[in-house]
Ligand binder design. Structure first.
Ligand code: FNR
Length: 207
């Protein structure tokens, strides 16, 4: 019986989490750190990355000689493949995806097998604006979905983010804190279903 229980125990889910901002006092970094806490509290394992680890030179196809891939792209690929899913909190720049993030995605897309294929991703954003940078996430979905990522349908965007945090880095609004937790737990459940329940995977996740 004990052995059976042991066999039934599932491995904790692993999540790569990072903010797509390089800024020291980034609102998106504050938000992703909160997300990381929620994941850990709910039994997941967090692999926390800094965007600087994934930053790459401007993409130029002429650089692709002798199987060249920049260090940032190699690291991004490695961390995607080492985890069950990824969560990005990304700034919105001019209504769209930050150039440096798109640049890193483009570089990673050049590996074969293509590493984004069949991954699970959750998108978040934070901005001082009223829409919380949500428009930019619609742009971010496009390359990731094109590359085969299952992007979670719901997205979390923190509006007026410059006023949203306590000095300790928590979101002061209790309803928003609860929404963030529910959002992350829903995503964790989807990733768990995909990883551990192949029948559900076929029927409901379209994989
Ligand atoms: C911005 N910002 C911004 N905000 C927004 O809600 N919609 C937008 O389209 C833009 N566009 C934009 C362009 C550029 C070039 C910059 C530098 C900034 C403001 C942005 O949300 C704000 O600077 C955030 O604080 C950036 O995120 P981090 O670095 O705090 O995570």
């Amino acid at each position: 019986m004990k052995e059976q229980q042991k066999n039934n125990q599932q491995e904790p889910l692993r999540f790569l989490v990072f903010s797509a901002s390089l800024r020291a006092d980034s609102l998106n970094t504050r938000l992703i750190k909160l997300a990381a806490e929620v994941i850990t509290k709910n039994g997941g394992i967090v692999d926390y990355a800094n965007m600087s680890e994934f930053d790459c030179p401007s993409f130029n196809q002429d650089l692709e000689v002798n199987d060249f891939h920049p260090t940032g792209a190699k690291e991004f690929r490695k961390r995607i493949l080492a985890n069950d899913a990824f969560i990005i909190s990304s700034p919105e720049y001019n209504g769209s995806i930050p150039g440096l993030l798109k640049n890193s995605i483009d570089w990673v897309s050049r590996f074969r097998p293509q590493p984004f294929q069949q991954q699970h991703g959750l998108l978040m954003s934070a901005s001082p604006g009223m829409a919380g940078g949500n428009h930019g996430l619609w742009s971010l979905r496009i390359p990731l979905e094109k590359l085969g990522v299952h992007i979670f349908p719901a997205m979390f965007s923190l509006s007026k983010a410059h006023e949203a945090f306590s000095p300790e880095g928590k979101i002061t609004d209790e309803n928003l804190t609860k929404r963030l937790e529910d959002h992350l737990i829903n995503f964790m459940n989807t990733v768990e279903a995909s990883k551990n329940y192949p029948a559900i995977k076929l029927k409901f996740l379209g994989e």
